[in-house]
Design a protein around this ligand. Structure first.
Ligand code: TYM
Length: 335
C-alpha cells in the first residue's frame, strides 16, 4: 500500500513592519525560517496591526509592509512553499484577540518585560493600550493557525510562554480547542547585541538615531565594514577569555553566519587581534547580505507581484484562520 507522507509540523512567525531590518532579525528569525522551510508547513505574517502601536505615518506603513514582503522573499522564503501574508488582511486575528483578552489577567501583561520597559520610558498616560494588549494579539496570530512551533529570537520567549498559557487556559475551561505551540529558538544568534552597546539587544528602533548600533540588511559593504570596525570591544589587545560583551557578540555573529558553535569560533580567533576578528566578521556579513540585497532590489521593484503574493496568500490562510476562530467561538458560546 502506498504510504502517505506524515504531515509536516506547522510553523508560524512574524515581523513588524516598523523600521529597517537588522542583522539580529536575520540571524534570530528570517535566516532560520528560510533554511528550515522544507521541514515545515510555513506561515509567515507581516504584523502590521502590531506596528500600529507605534503610530507610523500611514504612507510609511504601506511602504514598510511591501518592503518587508520583499525582504522575506529576498532572504529566501519561497511563496510556493510558504504563506506570506499581511495580518490586517485576515480579520480573524483581531476577532480571536478579543476573545483571548477576556481570558487574560492584567497581571500577566503587566509582567511582560517589553511592556514594562516601554511603560517605564513613556508613563501610563502616554502609552497606548495596544502596547499593553500586544502579546494577546501575538497569541491570536499563532493560535489561529494551529502552529506547532514559533521560530523567534530570544526576546520573544516570554510572549510565546504567554501564548501557551492562554491556549492552556482555554483548553482547561472548554476542552481541547487550541493547539499549544512551542517556541523554536536557535542556540546561536538568537540574541544579537548592539554593536555600540553590547549590553543592549540590537534593536530596530535604537538603530534609527544611532547608526553605529546595528548593521542593517540593506547596508552597502563599506557601511557594514565601517560599523563593524567601530564596534565596541574592550581594552584588551586580543581575543582572550574572559571575553568582554562586545567581543563575545562579534564571535557569536561570526559563529551564527558560519553555522558553527561559539566555542569553535573562539578557538579560531583565540589570541588574535580585534582587528582580525572584526575583518572576518565584516567579511561574513557582507557575503551573507550580498545575494539578499541583489534579490531585494528586483523584488521591491515589482509592487504588483508583491501585492499578488500577499493577496493570494491571504485568501488561502483566511480559510485556516476562520476555521479556528469558529471552533473557539463555538467553545465560548458565540455560535
Ligand atoms: P520584531 O519585529 O521585533 O522582531 C522580528 C524577529 O526578530 C527577532 N529579533 C532578534 N533576534 C536576535 N537578536 C536580536 N537582537 C533580535 N531582535 C529581534 C525577534 O525575536 C523576532 O523573531 N512581537 C514580534 C512580532 C510578532 C510575532 C507574532 C512573532 C507578532 N506576532 C507571532 C512570532 C509569532 C516582534 O515584535 O518581532
Amino acid at each position: 500500500m502506498p504510504q502517505t507522507a506524515a504531515p509536516r509540523p506547522r510553523v508560524l512567525s512574524g515581523i513588524q513592519p516598523d523600521f529597517s531590518l537588522h542583522l539580529g532579525n536575520y540571524l534570530g528569525a528570517l535566516r532560520n525560517w528560510a533554511r528550515d522551510q522544507d521541514r515545515f508547513e510555513n506561515f509567515f505574517c507581516i504584523v502590521d496591526l502590531h506596528a500600529l502601536t507605534q503610530h507610523p505615518d500611514p504612507e510609511r506603513l504601506r511602504s514598510l509592509t511591501l518592503e518587508l514582503a520583499a525582504m522575506y522573499m529576498a532572504c529566501g522564503l519561497d511563496p510556493n512553499r510558504c504563506e506570506i501574508f499581511v495580518q490586517s488582511h485576515v480579520p480573524a486575528h483581531t476577532q480571536l484577540c478579543w476573545i483571548l483578552e477576556t481570558l487574560t489577567p492584567m497581571g500577566w501583561l503587566e509582567r511582560m518585560t517589553q511592556f514594562k520597559a516601554r511603560s517605564q520610558a513613556q508613563g501610563s498616560e502616554r502609552i497606548n493600550t495596544g502596547v499593553f494588549a500586544y502579546p494577546v494579539l501575538q497569541a491570536a496570530d499563532i493560535l489561529l493557525y494551529d502552529a506547532d512551533v514559533v521560530p523567534v529570537g530570544e526576546d520573544q520567549r516570554q510572549h510565546i510562554e504567554l501564548c501557551r498559557d492562554l491556549a492552556n487556559r482555554l483548553n482547561s475551561q472548554r476542552g481541547d480547542v487550541l493547539k499549544v505551540p512551542a517556541a523554536l529558538i536557535s542556540q546561536v544568534g538568537a540574541r544579537v547585541m548592539g554593536l555600540d552597546t553590547p549590553d543592549e539587544k540590537m534593536s530596530k528602533s535604537l538603530a534609527v538615531d544611532r547608526p553605529g548600533h546595528a548593521v542593517l540588511l540593506l547596508d552597502p559593504p563599506d557601511v557594514v565594514r565601517r560599523k563593524v570596525a567601530r564596534a565596541t570591544t574592550d581594552t584588551e589587545p586580543a581575543v582572550h577569555k574572559p571575553l568582554g560583551a562586545g567581543v563575545a557578540n562579534l564571535l557569536e555573529i561570526y559563529a551564527a553566519l558560519h553555522e558553527i558553535s561559539v566555542d569553535a569560533a573562539l578557538e579560531a580567533f583565540e589570541g588574535k587581534s580585534y582587528s582580525i576578528l572584526k575583518g572576518a566578521v565584516a567579511d561574513a556579513i557582507v557575503d551573507a547580505l550580498r545575494p539578499i540585497q541583489a534579490r531585494y532590489a528586483d523584488l521591491r521593484g515589482d509592487e504588483e507581484g508583491l501585492r499578488r503574493v500577499l493577496a493570494e496568500s491571504a485568501a488561502r490562510v483566511h480559510l485556516v484562520a476562520d476555521a479556528t476562530l469558529q471552533r473557539v467561538q463555538k467553545a465560548v458560546g458565540l455560535r
